[in-house]
Design a protein around this ligand. Structure first.
Ligand code: GAP
Length: 429
């Protein structure tokens, strides 16, 4: 997909109610996007599949939903206050600011010279309570991981797990990115799906490999094409301060090959640092009669919004069907916001409308993501559903009234098959 097509995708997302620019009526707010009705449906599918595969279906995983605001001491201990920064340069002439690693020697706006590179901390600062002084400073979390580490002891005390085990969390994270860009790719407010998987120090390599496979399994489940994903072994000196090994899973976005997800070996960096700073013992007894151990951590980290961008980018298709150009989203049925649409062939024939309503209501009881459409002709309705990625369109026609069958039309091929109404529940899921 070319960059120009990303523009078309942004426009489709707005027009059809997937994603809108944040605070648009006030001219927007850089680095923020709002999910509309179809966007939130897609996003919930992405998150639910993740939660199901990585938390619910596993006996070794626990879920949490920690507060976004945390005691600032947690971010001091984790190294984020001192080290979570990007290199910033300011143009001496026009005063615009850029990420130093994303520009050449001169300002791209006015050719002015840059001042010295300085480190810019990306955490959003805020104040807790009425006093706006240094003592009340806190931060919006820059990664969900922090909320997992501070609850490590709580999970141990409540559930007494044995190593290895993990904790998963889905939630918002905030970064004051110097240069938000490329639609959902780099934003200032985004969502992460993260796992901190606690292991015995000697088994980290084995567990790292297992999670690498699990990450591919998730990509396959939501429909991220394997051929567009590439691994990058992040070299020494370029990894986050807490990591001894990181693989970035990069995706071929229209604007280049960029990070989609990360898999890191965080050693015992976080637990040791939180234990030291809080004074709370975070080693755990793994085997009776043995010395307590400080677990090491494997961290598979997934961006929700980058998942959605990767899905939309790979689903966006322009083709010709029946001699007409069309645009459609070839989304995997598991993530498609609408699973099926139900139409009466003609909206001015009450028996057709009544039968279609009956089928619609019945399907909706088991699959709520069903849409009703009786506007315009059938061809237009198909096009509208294609554009939002609905895998199947069900049409109630005169034959339905005679033999209780309907046509089911496939989004990808445009082909129709005639099936009995009783079969629909096994087709629409
Ligand atoms: N806990 C590890 C961590 O936060 P990261 O590589 O900084 O590692 C993990 O972020 C994932 O979060 C990324 O792979 C990406 O999917 C997503 N992410 C990070 N920054 C983002 C941003 N500014 N906008 C959208 N997604 C972002």
């Amino acid at each position: 997909m070319e960059e120009a097509t990303l523009e078309k995708l942004v426009s489709l997302c707005k027009r059809r109610g997937f994603i809108y620019p944040g605070s648009e009526i006030y001219g927007g707010l850089s680095g923020t996007w709002d999910y509309g009705p179809l966007g939130i449906a897609l996003k919930n599918n992405v998150k639910n599949i993740w939660w199901r595969m990585n938390v619910l279906e596993r006996d070794d995983m626990y879920g949490v939903d920690a507060a976004i605001l945390m005691n600032p001491k947690a971010w001091e201990a984790s190294g984020h206050v001192a080290g979570f920064s990007d290199p910033l340069v300011e143009c001496k002439k026009c005063k615009r600011r850029f990420r130093a690693d994303q520009v050449e020697e001169k300002c791209p706006e006015c050719e002015g010279a840059f001042g010295a590179v300085r480190q810019f901390n990306m955490m959003f600062k805020t104040h807790i309570g009425a006093a706006e002084d240094e003592a009340s400073v806190s931060y919006l979390r820059p990664e969900t991981a922090g909320g997992i580490f501070v609850n490590f002891k709580n999970i141990i005390d409540s559930f007494h797990p044995k190593l290895p085990f993990g904790v998963g969390q889905i939630g918002k994270a905030f970064r004051n990115e110097i240069a938000p860009r490329d639609f959902l790719f780099r934003t200032r407010e985004f969502e992460q799906m993260e796992i901190e998987y606690f292991v015995r120090p000697g088994e980290w390599e084995k567990k790292f490999e297992e999670w690498r496979d699990e990450m591919y399994r998730y990509m396959e489940a939501v429909g991220i094409p394997r051929a567009l994903v590439h691994e990058l072994e992040v070299p020494d000196g370029e990894r986050a301060h807490y990591s001894k090994r990181t693989i970035d899973f990069e995706f071929d976005f229209p604007f280049g090959r960029k990070e989609l997800y990360g898999l890191a070996y965080r050693t015992d960096f976080d637990l040791a640092a939180h234990s030291k700073a809080s004074g709370v013992e975070l080693r755990m007894t793994d085997e009776e009669g043995k010395e307590p151990v400080m677990p090491h951590v494997i961290e598979p980290s997934f961006g929700v919004d980058r998942t959605i961008l990767a899905l939309l980018v790979s689903a966006y298709t322009e083709d010709e069907l029946g001699g007409e150009k069309r645009t459609y989203l070839k989304l995997n049925a598991a993530v498609a916001p609408i699973k099926a649409a139900v139409f009466p062939l003609l909206k001015n024939k009450p028996p057709l409308v009544a039968k279609a309503r009956e089928i619609y209501s019945e399907l909706k009881k088991t699959v709520p993501q069903i849409m009703w459409d009786d506007n315009g002709n059938i061809g237009k309705r198909y096009r509208r559903q294609d554009e939002i990625g609905t895998p199947a369109c069900i049409t109630v026609d005169f034959e339905t009234l005679e033999n209780d069958t309907v046509t089911v039309r496939s989004r990808d091929t445009g082909e129709q098959m005639r099936v009995s109404v009783s079969e629909l529940s096994s087709i629409v899921r």
